[in-house]
Design a protein around this ligand. Structure first.
Ligand code: GLU
Length: 338
């Protein structure tokens, strides 16, 4: 049987670090280095390796992910693996999922433990990611699965995956939906399919979202904070340049009562999305009364972010604004996320 062609695109991150003279880890390895460190890959796929950047994912840009998506669209291959840092994997994989509509698997992976540590996870994660990208079941269901994240022998949907620990080797999870598949021995064992109707519908409206960058601010609500920074931001909006905002709200979609005026003012100035600061899961729509309740905030024009993590809500809002969608279209699109 001919082996599938898998294109490995390296962006940087811990998986691609090496120690400098002081022993501190520096970005440095490219795609060829990563592939060369895992001889078993040869038995799984015909690998093409390409280095796109050598930066920590905390410094990746949204534009670069758009360029990456365009590059992936142009590849002649049977599957794609992107390696990057873990810090923004939950955002970049979701953005790729919004931008790509392909018949081939696209898998993002990374490493929690750098190559100088005992039992680094980079080589194992790369092997697992290539196994997933080369797997016949994944290939057959690539369109329905969308972009995948593979970490520590588990496979996650891009809309659900989150980094849940800063350093632990099991730093990733899909807390709402769980993993889609697991790897054991040399097999990919499918477990469930993701529900992606909202992503698919969003993609139809977004196209390739080729417009100009549209910076989106993210505010986190917290005990007794009136969010006065919102007012400063609005007063200096020309200099600050934000075109939309996400508010990570409490519980089912609430903000502190003393923050309501500022939040409503923000929603009048730019599309403003309410997302769950719990990190995901559907919010309420019609349970609580009062000025800081979900009912009042929805009536005041706040866009309901649905089940998406605030970080993913921010990615979606930026993509909507870039694509030129108006407030009404953005609200309808977010509405499909629950
Ligand atoms: N902050 C770096 C990054 O995201 C290192 C973290 C990592 O890769 O695990 O690239």
């Amino acid at each position: 049987m001919t082996k599938p062609r898998i294109h490995v695109l390296a962006l940087g991150g811990t998986i691609a670090t090496r120690p400098d003279a002081s022993g501190a880890m520096q970005m440095g390895l490219g795609a060829d280095d990563l592939v060369a460190a895992v001889p078993l890959l040869e038995g799984v796929a015909k690998i093409e390796a390409e280095t796109v950047s050598r930066v920590g994912s905390h410094s990746l840009g949204i534009d670069l992910i758009h360029t990456l998506a365009a590059k992936i669209r142009g590849l002649e291959t049977d599957g794609v693996v992107v390696t990057q840092g873990t810090d923004t994997l939950e955002e970049t994989s979701f953005l790729l999922d919004l931008l790509l509509d392909l018949d081939i698997p696209v898998v993002v992976t990374a490493a929690m433990r750098n190559p100088s540590l005992t039992s680094p996870d980079g080589p194992g994660n790369l092997l697992a990611a290539v196994r997933v990208a080369a797997d016949p079941w994944v290939y057959k269901n690539a369109k329905a699965l969308g972009v995948l994240a593979v970490m520590l022998d588990e496979v996650y949907a891009a809309a659900d995956v989150a980094k849940v620990h800063p350093t632990r080797i099991n730093g990733f999870a899909a807390t709402q939906a769980g993993p889609l598949a697991a790897l054991v021995e040399d097999r990919v064992v499918p477990m469930t399919m993701p529900v992606r109707d909202a992503v698919v519908a969003a993609r139809r409206k977004l196209g390739t979202a080729g417009g100009k960058p549209a910076p989106v601010a993210l505010f986190w609500t917290s005990l007794d904070d009136a969010l006065p920074l919102v007012l400063l931001m609005l007063a200096a909006s020309d200099r600050v340049g934000y075109r939309g905002a996400v508010i990570a709200a409490m519980g089912g979609g609430h903000v502190p009562e003393r923050a309501v005026d500022n939040v409503v003012r923000l929603a009048k100035a730019m599309p403003t999305v309410i997302s769950p600061r719990t990190g995901g899961g559907p919010m309420l729509r019609k349970t609580y009364a009062g000025p800081s309740s979900e009912i009042a905030l929805r009536e005041a024009g706040l866009i309901w972010g649905g089940r998406l993590h605030p970080l993913k809500g921010r990615v979606l809002l930026e993509t909507c604004l870039r694509a030129g969608l108006d407030r009404k279209a953005i609200a309808e699109l977010f509405d499909t996320f629950g």
